[in-house]
Design a binder for this molecule. Structure first.
Ligand code: PCA
Length: 214
């Protein structure tokens, strides 16, 4: 069994992207008997689809698990749904593109659910002591587009998780107020916990939650 694990390159004001680090870290590894192929996608609306479908053609995975950064989130967010909208909001992509209220696939369905066990994944993460929540919106930027693309163009099980900042990135970005007289810093999660989360998510996307002993 092979899982394609995709991450994204850094974008906007973010100097790093934990999803890029995870895709690189797990590329070539075996997790619970599953061979992991990691790929880093461009944060470009015009390229996400082709790069992702090319990777699927090349790797021929049994499932696709994608990840991206959601600055400010306090937990691993397992996305339930991808919608047929491309809207960059205030964050232009890495090619300077800023789609506004567009459809990803003009005649495509309004939305697709992730077809991996989303709730099991969250429960499994929580049991491992990792903050996690189901998220009911993957936004309208490139991450939403990745999940929509895999669901629209393939029959593969496809999941998406949004990741918090790592502490170093939180210290650099999004702080408010003065560091020496109060102020605040956005939520973050250590890379090690994010890596542990992925080690749970890879088998969970295949099997669902492990059977409980009681
Ligand atoms: N996060 C953005 C795009 C790339 C990434 O890592 C998103 O949430 O769509």
């Amino acid at each position: 069994m092979t899982v394609l694990l995709t991450g994204y390159e850094p974008f906007a004001e973010h100097e790093t992207n934990p999803s890029e680090r995870l895709a690189t870290h797990f590329n070539g590894e075996t997790v619970d008997g599953e061979d992991v192929v990691g790929r880093v996608l461009p944060v470009e609306f015009a390229r996400v689809e082709n790069e992702l479908l090319d990777a699927i053609d090349e790797v021929r995975p049994d499932r696709v698990l994608s990840a991206g950064l959601a600055a400010g989130r306090s937990a691993i967010s397992v996305e339930r749904v991808a919608i047929n909208v491309a809207d960059a909001g205030a964050t232009s992509d890495n090619a300077g593109s800023t789609p506004h209220d567009e459809r990803i696939v003009p005649e495509g369905p309004d939305a697709y659910f992730a077809n991996v066990p989303v709730v099991d994944c969250v429960e499994t993460l929580l049991e491992a002591g990792i903050p996690a929540r189901v998220s009911n919106t993957a936004g309208t930027h490139c991450c939403n587009r990745a999940l929509y693309t895999v669901r629209h163009h393939t029959n593969l099980p496809a999941g998406f998780v949004h990741l918090p900042y790592t502490p170093a990135e939180a210290a650099r970005n999004g702080t408010t107020g003065s560091a020496t007289s109060g102020g605040s810093v956005p939520a973050s999660m250590s890379f090690d916990d994010q890596r542990r989360a992925m080690e749970s998510l890879i088998p969970c996307c295949r099997d669902g939650a492990p059977a409980r002993s009681e």
